[in-house]
Every structure is written in structure tokens, then in C-alpha cells.
Design a protein around this ligand. Structure first.
Ligand SMILES: [Zn+2]
Length: 106
């Protein structure tokens, strides 16, 4: 095993190492690792925050949609559930109609 005499990239301290690609003294290496861990954590935190905000927006949008549907249902004198059941029935009906109409070759 060879021994290398190098200078620490950070504090310029002379270091003796067995690794030809060493750049830092043990102390700075520790600090660098800590910095990298902090940077990685910040990156993770940032991403989590972004995902959280996107989820909030998604929830808000779906809440807004539900509120709009509920308002429509109220206008028609129906409960939200009854209105949704009706919407679903209409969709099914429209699907059936579009299946039967148009490209029916028989
Ligand atoms: Zn150092």
C-alpha cells in the first residue's frame, strides 16, 4: 500500500493518506460529509415541501369542484349524493347512446 502526501483542499493542512484520490484532511472530510448531508436533507425537504404544496392545490381544486357540484345540486333541490347519482346515470345514458348511434354497422 502506498502512502501519499497531499494538502487538504479546504484548510491546506498537510495530510498523509493511503488514498491517492483523497482531497481533505479527516476533519474537513467530516465537515464536508456533514455539509453534503445537510444539502441532501435540504433538497429532500424542498422536494417534500413542493409535493405538499402540490397536494394542497390538488385538494383545494377537488374541494372547489365538490363545492361547485354541491352548489349546483342545491340549486336543483337535490343532495350532493343524489345529484352525483344523477350525473352518473346521465353519463351512462350518454355512453350507451353514443355506442348505439354512429358506427353501428349491423
Ligand atoms: Zn482540512
Amino acid at each position: 500500500m502506498s502512502t501519499y502526501f497531499i494538502k487538504c483542499d479546504v484548510c491546506n493542512k498537510d495530510i498523509i493518506t493511503q488514498h491517492h484520490n483523497a482531497k481533505y484532511c479527516p476533519e474537513c472530510k467530516k465537515n464536508m460529509r456533514k455539509k453534503q448531508q445537510i444539502a441532501a436533507y435540504k433538497k429532500y425537504e424542498e422536494k417534500a415541501k413542493q409535493e405538499y404544496e402540490e397536494n394542497i392545490i390538488r385538494i383545494r381544486n377537488s374541494n372547489a369542484r365538490i363545492a361547485a357540484i354541491a352548489a349546483e345540486a342545491k340549486e336543483m333541490g337535490l343532495t350532493y349524493g343524489a345529484y352525483m347519482a344523477r350525473l352518473r346515470a346521465v353519463n351512462v345514458l350518454e355512453e350507451l347512446q353514443s355506442e348505439n348511434g354512429g358506427n353501428n354497422n349491423d
